[in-house]
Design a protein around this ligand. Structure first.
Ligand SMILES: NC(=O)c1ccc[n+]([C@@H]2O[C@H](COP(=O)([O-])OP(=O)(O)OC[C@H]3O[C@@H](n4cnc5c(N)ncnc54)[C@H](O)[C@@H]3O)[C@@H](O)[C@H]2O)c1
Length: 268
């Protein structure tokens, strides 16, 4: 039998019309009040999704009938369970979960405390396990047919920071943050395999440093840029296409992947 390797006109139209069709999708985004979370929440609302944003500081920042803020400290499983149950009760489904919230600690590892370590691992890792566990249970209870989970990692999950670009006063990425993000990449693979039969895709994106002039010194930004082949730091907007791709129906055959968005920093 002959199969054309070319797309028919109808196939092309279908792809273009439906690629990023998120109308009426229910999206849960953790850390919705942060730099990336705010951007992604607005993005999905603007393309017709209903977004449930979870955060534990800042209150409801996005004013739209399609945005619903839930105050939730994701370090505690009982809070996560309650939030997910609340959304399922209203919507009967969650199409996409974006595990975006994270906590970081900076500075010398010799000053690290148990409290720092516990906080970073609870926020960046345990929360994802709580979310996936409870999502999976509700997914079955509500007889969902397919689901999608996107974890936000970091290049520091597989790469050491270049300590030469941090000078006194800069926020030096810590060993514990990197270790927690390495775990996020591994969890992505683990759950992608485990949940494939349920038709839940699990993927990750690992951004490089995102510019934030309030938090980063001019000197740091300039030193960082020099290391990046694309000669700049990332903007939250650089994450949009990969995020939409990985959370869309069209990426059905892509699971367990980690898309690195770092302007080429990690390939040098
Ligand atoms: N900013 C960067 O340069 C960069 C680079 C690589 C990866 N990332 C990753 O991108 C994601 C978003 O980063 P960002 O820069 O927007 O961070 P951010 O600090 O601006 O936002 C994180 C949000 O998570 C929330 N949060 C933290 N702990 C929480 C908890 N226990 N319960 C509920 N919410 C909690 C915070 O309140 C905050 O609103 C994170 O996973 C981060 O690790 C960021």
């Amino acid at each position: 039998m002959y199969f054309s390797i070319y797309c028919s006109k109808i196939e092309r139209m279908n792809i273009l019309n439906n690629l990023f069709n998120f109308r009426n999708k229910v999206i849960l985004i953790t850390g919705c009040n942060g730099q990336v979370g705010t951007y992604l929440s607005n993005l999905y609302v603007s393309i017709g999704s209903k977004v449930y944003g979870l955060d534990f500081i800042g209150g409801e920042k996005i004013n739209s009938k399609n945005f619903h803020y839930i105050s939730c400290d994701i370090r505690k499983e009982k809070n996560v369970k309650k939030a997910l149950q609340k959304i399922f009760k209203i919507e009967k489904k969650i199409d996409v979960i974006i595990n975006n919230a994270a906590s970081a600690v900076f500075g010398n590892y010799k000053k690290r405390t148990d409290k720092d370590i516990e906080n970073i691992f609870k926020t960046n890792l345990s929360s994802i396990i709580y979310i996936i566990k409870n999502y999976s249970i509700l997914f079955e209870k509500f007889k969902m047919k397919k689901g999608n989970i996107l974890n936000i990692g970091s290049i520091y999950g597989f790469l050491s920071p270049d300590f030469n670009i941090y000078l006194k006063g800069d926020r030096i990425s810590s060993e514990i943050y990197g270790a927690s993000k390495a775990s996020v990449i591994q969890l992505t693979k683990y759950f992608a395999v485990l949940l494939a039969k349920k038709k839940i895709n699990v993927n990750c994106i690992s951004p490089g440093g995102i510019i934030n002039k309030k938090l980063q010194s001019k000197r740091f930004i300039s030193k960082y840029k020099k290391r990046v082949p694309k000669s700049r730091m990332a903007n939250a907007t650089d994450l949009s296409t990969a995020t939409l791709y990985l959370t869309s129906d069209k990426s059905d055959y892509t699971t367990g992947q980690n898309i690195i968005i770092d302007g080429g920093l990690s390939i040098k």
